[in-house]
Design a binder for this molecule. Structure first.
Ligand SMILES: [Zn+2]
Length: 304
């Protein structure tokens, strides 16, 4: 893609002082950002020929989207079985009714959430031609809302629905229009097929194309940013290992791996994760939004 420095510069104007340098959100202690590590990340990002990004819930909590698995999360108030694929097949009307209740309750900002400065920074990286793809475990559509085009979604997208018969996709606005007009649940496609939220439900397979593309990026990359995730759940768990040549879906785990010495894995997270000591080259600890914003600002300055 042709870099478009002007728009990125508009988002992160040169000369603007770094935004908040500390964060207390989600933690009692203020986290100071390590600017030496930020500068290392900037240099690596500018030098990389194939950089990819892996994101998890931690980048979206700053947009008010709750981590589904965290204590006090969504599953303590709603029956998780509603999001089992078999349950959807059996009772699509009941599942849709719950989703619409969640949507209108206002307590769960998935549909109305806005991208934060972390998402916007990643969109600027793509626009500058610095990253090839964002691979995400999130279903909140925030990377696309921020402006990223090459987004690989492991768990689909809750803001889109897909016809189970003809695969036609419907936007969130179209679904709401259908529901309001017909007052019928589940909403139906023009072809008569049932519409299903395009998020991957429990018991439903990860999209094969997403798997294949993400493995290819992990094999080919010379820089991977792992943001807001401990990457402990497959298939995301494999990606940093593949990036470092510690595992290959083709060669298998064991004696026959070929370490990719030229590949760096940078973690951006509030807390250390199991990757931190074993796999990552370094961790920049703190708010993903603040750290990415700072990296984007410095990258923009150096690219100007
Ligand atoms: Zn259809």
């Amino acid at each position: 893609m042709k870099p478009n420095r002007s728009r990125a510069a508009a988002v992160f104007p040169v000369g603007r002082p770094p935004s908040a340098l500390t964060s207390q959100a989600g933690s009692d202690k203020a986290l100071s950002m390590d600017f030496t590590l930020v500068d290392r990340a900037v240099d690596l990002l500018l030098r990389a020929s194939h950089a990819v990004v892996l994101t998890g819930a931690g980048i979206s909590t700053e947009s008010g989207v709750p981590d589904f698995r965290s204590p006090g999360g969504i599953w303590e108030r709603y029956d998780p079985s509603l999001f089992f694929y078999a349950r959807f097949l059996a009772e699509p009307d009941v599942v849709w009714k719950t989703i619409l209740e969640l949507n209108s309750s206002g307590e769960f900002s998935l549909w109305d959430a806005k991208p934060n400065q972390g998402h916007l920074a990643l969109a600027a990286f793509e626009e500058l031609g610095l990253i090839k793809a964002v691979i995400t475990q999130n279903i909140d559509n925030l990377h696309q809302k921020a402006g990223n085009h090459n987004v690989i979604e492991f768990h689909g997208n809750m803001l889109i629905a897909k016809c189970m018969k003809c695969s036609r996709k419907y936007s969130y606005e179209q679904i709401m229009g259908l529901v309001l007009n017909s007052q019928v649940l589940p909403p139906l496609c023009e072809c008569g097929g049932i519409l299903k939220p395009d998020a991957v439900f429990f018991g439903e397979a990860i999209p094969q194309l997403a798997l294949k593309e993400s493995f290819r990026h992990a094999e080919d990359c010379d820089l991977m940013l792992v943001i807001g995730t401990s990457a402990q759940v497959e298939p995301a768990a494999s990606l940093p290992l593949i990036a470092k040549g510690m595992y290959s879906p083709l060669r298998g785990m064991g004696n026959f791996t070929f370490p990719k010495l030229n590949c760096q894995v940078i973690e951006i997270n509030r807390e250390p994760t199991p990757l931190t000591d074993e796999v990552s080259d370094f961790l920049i600890q703190g708010s993903a939004g603040e750290i990415l914003s700072c990296i984007a600002q410095r990258v923009t300055e150096k690219s100007a």
